[in-house]
Design a protein around this ligand. Sequence first.
Ligand code: FAD
Ligand code: DLZ
Ligand code: SF4
Length: 509
Amino acid sequence: MPAIRNLILVLGDQLTPTLTSLAGGDPVRDRVLMAELGDEAGYVRHHRKKIAFLFSAMRHFAAELRGLGWTVDYVTLDDPDNRGSFTEALGAAIARLRPARVVVTEAGEWRVRQMQESWAARFSLPVDILPDERFLCSPASFAAWAAGRKQLRMEYFYRDMRRRTGLLMDGDEPAGGRWNFDAENRKPAKADLFMPRPRGVAPDAITREVLALVEARFGNHFGDLEPFWFAVTRADAEAAFAAFVETALPKFGDYQDAMLAGEPFLYHAVIAPYLNCGLLDPLAVCRQVEAEWRAGRVPLNAAEGFIRQIIGWREYVRGIYWLKMPGYERSNFLGHARPLPGFYWTGETAMACVRAAVTQTKEQAYAHHIQRLMITGNFALLAGIDPHELHEWYLAVYADAYEWVELPNTVGMSQFADGGLLASKPYAASGAYIDRMSDYCDGCAYDVKQRTGPRACPFNALYWDFISRHRDKIGRNPRMAQMVRTYDKFPDAERARIADSAAAFLAGL
Ligand code: FAD
Ligand code: DLZ
Ligand code: SF4
């Protein structure tokens, strides 16, 4: 047998055949290593559906690579020699195969990147760490953009990305004469018989085997394993995206901020699990969406809204992550320390909006952005939940969650724990916002119109209590200063009732 030249370790979120580590390799002389790892499944206790999704997608990707001529050493979770960590899996493979060098594409998470950087010394072998070119903006390029700016506003980064990619550009000008159509994207939705559904896939034999493995090994993790309908191959992920483009994209913009009881997906794409593990390519999906608009099949506010999420928000939060790690994960500007309430795991609360968001999270490993930001995130912000505990919750419960994308969204956007680096103001809202954007309040035990008292919507007293508690820290923002002034105009007795209602509710958590 010829000597192995490069041992290429492919991580679970690197399921892309054009990955830099594979693109420079040679299927005849090199060997690919992939491993299902107890440490990766357990560093936070990931949702069982997420683990099953990733293991099945990894197994299908190994088959895809074999089809392309690669030899893949694939270590399953139940392999008796599996010791559970990237470092041990790599060490065992090096001992077995004696490669001349190790090649990896840089890990998405700081934690794993530290491991990668330790391997050359540990194994006395050259280790090439190649850039991850599936992203459109490298950490270095983001740092250059950020250097010298007082505020790192997503909107300006996004405009640069539009210019760089040429997406939705007419020469030097944004298509339609505006960069951003967000103001048109705030319609509340109505229940509709023709509501689109994400395209699901029945589990094949590989997925069924993984489901049995996850059932046996991760019984104590959160979340329902079945029904399992995620795509686990590139072809099925592409078909799911095509179905979204056809059935939901035209209304994606209009209803981006809407929420409806019993409608977990609305007009969202449900593609983040596929993008983040490498089954879909971010630039390719944006080009497809632009083509739909140019062909007159979707309105500009939908195409622009979608493309902004990907080349704007997705790239921007990754840039912030690498700019601020390590340390960002411990941000706690508002000094919040309350433990995460148990209903984040059970859904057992009388608050209909929180119950709906948590229940569908348990069932689907999915909630859309406004549920994450304005229901579970907003509640935690108002209630003063420890942002690190909340971060671990978000990282565990969603099929699309990886620290590089989850952490800035949680700590920065949703909890204002970085002091406003990412968000211009805290995403804090009372029940009135939830009532305007959803139909949850119609079926709730609480009354959204009442501010205080036992039947009042808890978001109301908690909102005003939050404004009062943090007036010194948030009052510099003009929009928050306005809320502080409103609070100050409440009669003394009303302010006392707000404090009492908030305290009584929090004491009962
Ligand atoms: P759509 O609404 O259809 O949007 C299309 C795509 O745009 C998404 O698939 C995603 O790739 C991208 N996108 C949209 N918003 C964002 C955003 N704010 N940041 C980054 N990408 C975005 N997204 C993750 O991918 N992983 C996470 O772990 C994650 N954690 C979050 C935690 C909190 C507290 C919040 C407020 C948001 C989080 N998001 C996360 C962002 C967003 O909620 C999800 O990307 C989105 O809900 C995924 O569903 P979708 O594919 O249907 O998205
Ligand atoms: C999230 C995850 C899980 C649950 N399991 C594995 C695994 O068994 N093997 C693997 O290679 N990757 C897994 N991952 C993804 C890794 O955690 C991911 O590659 C890092 O988070 C990226 O830095
Ligand atoms: Fe949520 Fe308050 Fe509406 Fe109930 S009344 S659904 S708690 S916002």
